[in-house]
Design a protein around this ligand. Sequence first.
Ligand code: GDP
Ligand code: ZN
Length: 325
Amino acid sequence: MTLNALGWCERHRAEFAAHAAEGLLAGRVVGEHRSHYRVATETAELTAGATGRVRNTAAQRSDLPGVGDFVGVRLAVGDGASTIEVVLPRTTALIRKASGERQPQLLAANVDVVFIVTAADSDLNLPRIERYLALVRESGAAPVIVLNKADLAEDVDETIREIAAIAPGAPVHAISARGREGIEALEQYFARSKTVGFIGSSGVGKSTLTNEMLGRAAQATQEVRAHDSRGRHTTTHRQLFLRSQGGCIIDTPGMRGLELWNAAENAGNDFDDIEGLATGCKFRNCRHDSEPGCAVRAAVGRGDLEAKRLASYVKFSSPLRASPR
Ligand code: GDP
Ligand code: ZN
């Protein structure tokens, strides 16, 4: 893993010089969880918290570090935790607007292109596409409309025409993610280590497309999610994926559809925090009970994780669920 592949460029290097002199390590946030971040650096992926200073200087919630941010990390010494000390200026920011009492929320940072994914089998929802377009244009990223499940469409060309009429200037691609049809046309958007964000309602095929474009099963698709007793996101602690073919994909729960406008908070991230910590356990199938080298119990010991929370995690996790690493 190299930072350049993650989109780090000369501009970042220049911006970061002073922080490097202070001993900070450059990285990119690849996962955001309830209690911590996952940050990819030149040499390793690590868990980090945000410093009080980072939290206090954020004028609003969307100023806090988020997936896609380039950050400076101070590495842990001894038993301490690594911390994000600085967030570099963002080139783009996908932000869910404030609504009611909710503050604006960062969905993803430094995204160059956003695929607005929609499916050809369901009723075409043009107003929804327009709202996505507005959100993407406001972010500074370039919108691309991906009409998935073309294999199920009655009249693909007509659908493309309808979309193009409300999306002047945005390319429209009809594909079949499951059949890998039309996917090559999407490769151009990843050129030169670009970051592409996927946005769209649940069920349109974002996970399938992510996996096809990564060449590996990184995201659980709906079939897999349905077979998983806990429902969602069990295998991945990550929302930013580096492609071996170049470029990155960001697919975060927050970008999954209707919830963008509904009041429903992105509830129930399950136990992302514990599973994130568990990647540091000595044993991959650690039950966080009495195993040596358990990073989860260590976090409880430090006061970073509530013992109660660990107890309910243990209660709800089945013995078969030992997560692959
Ligand atoms: P997500 O919720 O947006 O991540 O959607 P998934 O990737 O989980 O896909 C939802 C369902 O659509 C799954 O059953 C997929 O197998 C199916 N699917 C995805 N892409 C295609 C496609 O191109 N054609 C068809 N017919 N089905 C697809
Ligand atoms: Zn453990």
